[in-house]
Design a protein around this ligand. Structure first.
Ligand code: PAF
Length: 298
């Protein structure tokens, strides 16, 4: 496994590997690798001869300096995880490689990045699309793999890739869940034990919506009412958003579901009443597929 620190070296490596017919799948990460990332690496491995992982905590996608500084960093452990997963290349650039002195060029996707997480994290997706563009230009991969837990991020990056004509196939890897159903995230460890238990309402709400749709419910307001009721059963939870959206454009769903529809959730969990844990915002999602032939309830 090679660890490459400069953009130039990575571009040269990519040119060489592509010239000898190798395919490359890039897994962009900010490090602190966990089993969710390992599932992205496995997904990359299924598609390409070489798996490359980038590790870069991207300052421009953080809204708040403290968040950026407090982001977990454990490069040695990440290297070991990559080695164990037979990764071929780690790209771990210094900040000046991606943001040279005075850098002031941004890649910004429009509408699709404005709602949901974009509404509460202004500038976040601009930072993501800017750094992902730089990573694509540096690695020149055939595939790039992103986790579908960050559904909006994947949708934004698909839009970016089409609009900019990047010759990269975007692969969305399915959400990996813990035994209790919580989507794997580096934030989960910050939940107190009570909040952790209550966070199961996320999957509970998703499953409830799925059951409702399978049973013929098509009214978006009724589906969302069920979702809010389930999440409301967790006293430590407060909803940031619970929305039904078009799975490709992320436009708001109409009053009735007429086809596949994204249920997107972002929920804050407060610290436990005894002070354990900290405030954590979790996201989750599922594309709901109304069965075609079932009778609708109303
Ligand atoms: O999902 C992430 O970890 C980051 O947003 C990404 C795609 C690596 C860009 O910094």
């Amino acid at each position: 496994m090679d660890i490459i620190r400069t953009t130039r070296e990575l571009q040269e490596r990519s040119d060489r590997d592509r010239a000898r017919g190798q395919t490359i799948a890039l897994v962009p990460t900010m490090g602190a690798l966990h089993p969710g990332h390992l599932s992205l690496i496995a997904c990359a491995r299924e598609r390409a001869d070489q798996v490359w992982v980038s590790i870069f905590v991207n300052p421009t996608q953080f809204n708040d300096r403290e968040d950026f500084e407090g982001y977990p960093r454990n490069f040695e452990a990440d290297v070991e995880s990559c080695r164990a997963a037979a990764v071929d290349v780690i790209f771990a650039p210094t900040p000046d490689q991606l943001y040279p002195q005075g850098a002031d060029t941004w890649v910004e996707v429009g509408k699709i990045a404005e709602s949901l997480c974009g509404a509460t994290r202004p500038g976040h997706f601009r930072g993501v699309t800017t750094v992902v563009s730089k990573l694509f230009l540096a690695a020149k991969p055939h595939f790039a793999v992103f986790g579908e837990k960050d559904y909006q991020q994947v949708a934004v990056i698909r839009r970016l890739t089409r609009d900019m004509g990047f010759d990269v196939e975007i692969v969305g890897a399915p959400i990996l869940r813990e035994a209790d159903g919580l989507a794997i995230s580096s934030r989960n460890v910050r939940l107190g034990p009570a909040a952790r238990k209550q966070a199961q309402v996320l999957l509970g709400a998703i499953r409830g919506a799925e059951r409702a749709v399978a049973g013929g419910e098509r009214r978006t307001a009724a589906i969302l009412e069920g979702v809010e009721k389930t999440i409301g059963e967790a006293p430590l939870a407060s909803i940031d958003y619970a929305e039904l959206r078009d799975p490709v454009t992320l436009a708001e769903a109409s009053d009735r579901l007429v086809g596949p529809c994204l249920l997107a959730l972002a929920v804050h969990f407060a610290p436990d009443p005894d002070g354990r844990g900290s405030e954590v915002r979790l996201i989750d999602n599922r594309v709901l597929h109304p069965p075609r032939k079932l009778e609708e309830t109303s």
